[in-house]
Write a protein that binds this ligand. Structure first.
Ligand code: UPG
Ligand code: MN
Length: 626
């Protein structure tokens, strides 16, 4: 019985117990601190400066509230494993959707790698249909997809014959050379041949790219079947049959909203509805190479399981990245999201749809995919990444992306889908509402993080205290609260098999995002809402600059191109250095260690956390003056 299961759930009991203990350990000091803040303000015998005190109290209140919501993710984390070899039912057809929007920012060769790798999925080819939506309607992409289809005719049999795992040619030849599973003369000869064919494809794509035509704002739709074995009646054998490949550029009119990716997906739904109408859909961004041909079968371990399929809307895979530097300074692996938040949500009702890398049941879309209709989701974090994307390699790209999210989340938090209206009226279970609430309100972290990097420091410079003295009995609560948080994070990082360095990088990047992306995201949303600024979704840049990549690999930040975006970061970092130095001088000359310790420590902490940023600023300054 046990071995015929398609999937299992792992409930990490120890982790759950430790998480809950940490929640308790921090809840008590948090309440104590809030009491201390309010009571000092009301009954204070001490001379406190009211204004900074209130600002700090507000910060701590917001942090406390968001922290409370955040505990919902740590309450019931689970993980899953699947056994595709146990599938005995007939596999259902799948439509693959790939969206691209701009041949400049999204290199066409990479898009073709996504296309080719998805065509190479280990799935019956007559049950796989790949649709590429080209929102630029670019002749370059159309030309490239034809060349890619030709290349796939050799590539797919090569992958199938040798059972290759890495089915994106770019990854296969360029990055994962070490991944080559086969040896032997025959294989090496074939590999050489296929490499030459890939070089031809590269050349063809490059040539197509040379003849740049500016995108037209108005155009009719263009739908073209690029390859269809069954229509062409070229029934050959199991090794050479290919999935159907379709190119779709939807109609666009400059005065009509096109709804970005959502609009593109809607078009694909309608087009594929007529052509193949498969019951399952795999949604991919143009930079998400399929990296494990078995991902479709893995997803089917849930969709074909009679115990869960009825209410299962989609199976979400995490977004993982190639070319990640060992020292992941931009925290691109998003460990917290994919190993903590998503697994936490999976234990409650399943993760939210994260835009790419999921196998969706078409039927779940009829009448709207909402939780009230009882739809659920599952999450799979397999050992081998199912899909691989391209990480940002400079601060600007890491920012732009974060800001987009923050802006949209903030808009949502004050829309009719806000956790306060939607969560309460839809009678969502409490833990679930907390999860959604956390996502939507997390942009607000910008307030406490900026205030706590500014107010105590300015007060330190002017000699005002905002924390209790070290000798004050209340001080210990601050210590427990602060170190409790640090320890919980550290435990979580170690528990997911990561190092001390990851913990430090995550903390820095989280802080940086709070004082940049979150601030600008909130401002952007507010300006949209009051109508000063038009809402625009900026595409993330996927073209990697060679020098930038080098710098990234060495673990150095690239601040160029950030402009206004980095202003708050630079100001806050400088302020903390100045106030740390000023604070030390004051403590030494006035002997005020007891009352000033908290503030000196905070300035010190923020300064050392941002050491790589300081280093980069100094290097840039030097280079500029040299
Ligand atoms: O008008 C548009 C704009 C974008 N896209 C495509 O949408 C995808 C995602 O855009 P990208 O700029 O790469 O956004 P990211 O910040 O990387 O996107 C993350 O966040 C988005 C939600 O904000 C999700 O939809 C994405 O799947 C997720 O990867 C890409 O394939 C684009 O080509 C279109 O098809 N049409
Ligand atoms: Mn992307």
């Amino acid at each position: 019985m046990e071995d015929s299961r398609l999937s299992i759930i792992k409930v990490p009991q120890r982790l759950r117990a430790i998480n809950r203990a940490f929640t308790l350990i921090r809840l008590i000091p948090m309440l104590a601190l809030l009491y201390y803040r309010v009571s000092s303000l009301i009954f204070s015998h001490k001379s406190i400066s009211v204004f900074p005190w209130i600002l700090i109290s507000i910060s701590e209140l917001i942090v406390g509230f968001l922290w409370l919501l955040d505990q919902s993710f740590a309450w019931q984390p689970i993980s899953r494993a699947v056994f595709p070899e146990n599938i005995s039912k007939e596999l259902p057809p799948i439509d693959v959707y790939i969206c691209t929007a701009d041949p400049e920012k999204e290199p066409v060769l990479n898009v073709m790698n996504t296309v080719v790798s998805s065509m190479s999925l280990d799935y019956p080819p007559e049950k796989l249909n790949v649709y590429l939506s080209d929102d630029a309607g670019s002749p370059i992409t159309l030309c490239a997809i034809k060349a890619a289809a030709l290349f796939a005719k050799s590539w797919i049999p090569f992958c199938r014959k040798h059972k290759l795992m890495t089915c994106s040619p770019e990854l296969y030849f360029d990055i994962l050379k070490t991944d080559q599973p086969k040896q032997g003369n025959e294989f090496l000869v074939e590999e050489k041949e296929i490499k030459e064919k890939y070089n031809v494809l590269k050349e063809q794509v490059e040539n197509a790219g040379r003849n740049k035509t500016p995108p037209t704002k108005d155009r009719p739709s263009h739908i073209e079947i690029i390859h269809d074995d069954y229509e062409m009646n070229v029934r050959s054998d199991d090794l050479t049959n290919m999935p159907r490949l379709v190119y779709v550029a939807r109609e666009k009119r400059h005065d009509e909203p096109h709804h970005y990716k959502a609009g593109a997906l809607n078009t694909l739904l309608r087009v594929s509805g007529v052509m193949s109408n498969s019951p399952y859909i795999l949604v991919l961004d143009c930079d998400m190479y399929c990296n494990d041909p078995s991902s479709a079968r893995q997803a089917m371990c849930f969709h074909l399981d009679t115990m869960i399929t009825k209410s299962l809307a989609f199976v979400q895979f995490p977004q993982r990245f190639y070319k990640l530097s060992k020292n992941d300074i931009y925290d691109s692996q998003l460990r917290t999201v994919f190993k903590r938040l998503w697994q936490g949500m999976d234990g409650i009702q399943g993760p939210v749809l994260s835009g790419t890398g999921f196998y969706l049941k078409r039927r779940a879309l009829y009448g709207g995919l909402t939780q009230e209709k009882g739809w659920k989701s599952t999450y799979l974090y397999p050992p081998r990444p199912a899909f691989l994307g391209c990480p940002p390699t400079n601060m600007n790209d890491a920012l732009v992306q974060g800001m987009k999210w923050m802006s949209e989340l903030f808009r949502m938090s004050i829309s009719k889908f806000s956790p306060f209206t939607y969560g309460l009226t839809s009678r969502m279970p409490i833990l679930q509402s907390m999860c959604y609430g956390y996502f939507m309100l997390s942009p607000l972290y910008c307030i406490p993080m900026s205030l706590s990097a500014m107010v105590p420091q300015l007060c330190l410079l002017s000699g005002t205290t905002v924390y209790p003295k070290v000798s004050d009995p209340w001080f210990i609560w601050f210590v427990i609260y602060f170190t409790g948080g640090i320890c919980h994070h550290l435990f979580d990082v170690f528990n997911t098999g990561e190092s001390f360095n990851v913990w430090w990088n995550e903390m820095r990047m989280w802080w940086i995002k709070c004082v940049t992306c979150n601030i600008f995201g909130c401002l952007d949303a507010i300006m949209n809402i009051i109508g000063i600024k038009k809402r625009e979704l900026k595409l993330t840049n996927k073209a990697v600059d060679k020098d930038e990549l080098e710098k990234y690999k060495k673990g150095n930040f690239e601040l160029q191109g950030g402009k206004i975006f980095l202003v708050p970061l630079v100001i806050l970092v400088l302020l903390n250095i100045v106030s740390f130095i000023g604070g030390i001088v004051r403590v030494v000359t006035q002997g005020s260690f007891d009352e000033m310790f908290g503030q000196v420590f905070l300035s010190f902490f923020i300064s050392i956390l941002n050491y790589p940023i300081i280093k980069e600023m100094v290097t840039r300054k030097k280079n500029a003056t040299a």
